[in-house]
Design a protein around this ligand. Structure first.
Ligand code: UN1
Length: 496
């Protein structure tokens, strides 16, 4: 099936105080990484003037919004969920064009965002605090929750609608207002989400959207009116924002890098493991902080397992992600692809060998954003392997680095050999090894016999070690970040 013909670029605007306004800084262009001739959307970036206006609007809207009942706020989220679900095909296509993930992944992501809005839309039906007994007669002690105020939200390119959903939905339902800065490579999907919230009846100023480069995030964290900041993205930027927030006493939640291992033990169901490792490593071109980028396989089954993995990868279709049937698209941008190419070169110079280089599109439609799915192996001296950039640096691309282990203990040790601790996957049929993995592997999310990526909205998500900073996201954990507790010593009159 031929890919779609480019359409006229969509006009990008910022959403401030309930109005769509033009930016005042340099141009912002969202292009299709699979097709350099396809400009998806254009506009002008927001600058410091827009940051001030958005912060003023969010501050003014904070009190009236927090006074509404949680059920009333949730109703806006439930309408947003319906609107996103109704438009999933159209938004999925725009997402695939703008970000480069496949149409099926992109549409599934829009539906996932709808599911997240639905989950938080029902927060009013769940527990809103705790009740303790008191050592004093005639008294109860309540632990209730209050919103923080204005939340700054800074989101990455790789889940242009799901990650914003899992930050914006809890921020709003727990009574905060928002100033949101999405990654500059995916502004259109941000506009679409803000449009859905507007159409769902969100009052003006409750959500403000600013499009532009990273300096907007810095301006946000430096603004006096900010009450909390949530960030997903690179470790470098996360650390900078966390330091700036901490120096001003602003609570921050930062979700940063990963270098996630899949461990395949000797007794694993190798067919299942090969399917799952393939998806974990190469879906979304490996651009997930939960992607499998390290594979640790027991040496007794290594040749067999790697053969199965390579057979599958040999069939993997790389190309224009808007064409049905394509399994992997480009990376989000040429600089992103260049970084991965440099990372592969550095890994090879340090002793890695190429085990498999998959197929990249024949002509790439002229795009330099494509990288063939690649498996590297580190088989030399242990120290050298542990220092190799393919083992310790997050490349954020379709590159899987393999090491062989001499048994489960060695495998778990290798899995822990990382400064990061976001996710891991373990493949085994042996419950004793599963329980060992629970004890030994230090990550925020552990998958047993499923790929390392994926996160359900009703349970906590986040990383150990250098992968995260501050409270976890999603599920009940979100309430911890987007509210503070108020302990109420509650008495009536003199007890009978
Ligand atoms: C997923 O694994 O489906 O930026 C979600 C990321 C993570 C989200 C992963 N914060 O890739």
């Amino acid at each position: 099936m031929p890919s779609l013909a480019p359409t006229a670029p969509i006009e990008l605007r910022h959403f401030i105080a309930g109005r769509w306004v033009e930016g005042t800084l340099s141009p912002l262009i969202s292009d299709n990484p699979a097709r350099p001739d396809d400009i998806v959307a254009t506009g002008q970036q927001a600058g410091p003037a827009e940051v001030s206006l958005a912060m003023v609007a969010a501050s003014a809207a904070a009190r009236p919004w927090s006074r509404r009942s949680m059920h009333e706020r949730g109703a806006v989220l439930l309408r947003t969920a319906d609107l996103l679900a109704e438009q999933a095909d159209r938004l999925g296509l725009e997402l695939a064009r703008e970000e480069g993930k496949t149409l099926s992944e992109a549409t599934a992501e829009v539906l996932r965002a709808a599911q997240i809005f639905r989950y938080y839309g029902q927060a009013g039906d769940r527990s809103a605090g705790e009740v303790f007994s008191s050592p004093r007669r005639g008294e109860r002690i309540l632990v209730t929750r209050k919103p923080l105020g204005v939340i700054g939200i800074v989101t990455p390119f790789n889940f242009p609608i799901a990650i914003p959903a899992w930050k914006i939905a809890p921020a709003l339902v727990y009574g905060n207002t928002v100033v949101w800065k999405p990654a500059s490579t995916v502004p259109l999907l941000a506009v679409r989400l803000a449009e859905a919230l507007e159409e769902a009846g969100l009052p003006e100023g409750v959500l403000n959207l600013l499009l532009g480069r990273g300096s907007l995030g810095t301006a946000l964290v430096e603004h006096r009116g900010l009450s909390g900041l949530t960030f997903t993205g690179s470790t470098r930027v996360g650390r900078e924002l966390a330091a700036a927030a901490a120096s001003r006493g602003v609570p921050i939640q930062a979700e940063m890098g990963g270098k996630n291992a899949s461990v395949v033990l000797a007794d694993a169901d190798l067919e299942l493991a090969a399917d799952q490792v393939l998806l974990g490593a190469f879906r979304s071109s490996g651009q997930k902080c939960t992607a499998t980028s390290r594979l640790i396989v027991d040496e007794r089954v290594a040749d067999d397992f790697l053969g199965r993995l390579q057979d599958r990868l040999g069939q993997w279709i790389v190309g224009d992600p808007t064409v049905r049937g394509v399994q992997m698209g480009p990376l989000v941008s040429e600089p992103a692809a260049e970084t991965v190419r440099r990372g592969i070169r550095a890994a090879l110079a340090d002793g890695a060998t190429v085990l498999h280089e998959g197929q990249a599109p024949i002509d790439g439609a002229g795009s330099r954003c494509f990288i063939a799915p690649t498996i590297l192996e580190l088989s030399g001296a242990r120290n050298a392997a542990a220092q190799n950039p393919a083992w310790c640096k997050e490349l954020f691309g379709p590159v899987l680095t393999v090491r062989r282990a001499s048994g489960s203990e060695d495998a778990f040790q290798l899995a822990n050999d990382s400064a990061f601790g976001l996710a891991a996957a373990v493949f085994t049929q042996d419950v004793t090894r599963v329980l060992d993995a629970l004890d030994e592997i230090d990550v925020g999310v552990l998958h047993v016999n499923s790929e390392s990526a994926g996160a359900d909205p009703h349970v906590p998500f986040g990383g150990a070690k250098n992968s995260g900073y501050g409270p976890m996201e999603q599920g009940g954990a979100a309430q911890d970040f987007y509210t503070h507790t108020m302990t109420v010593y509650l008495r009536g009159g003199t007890p009978a």
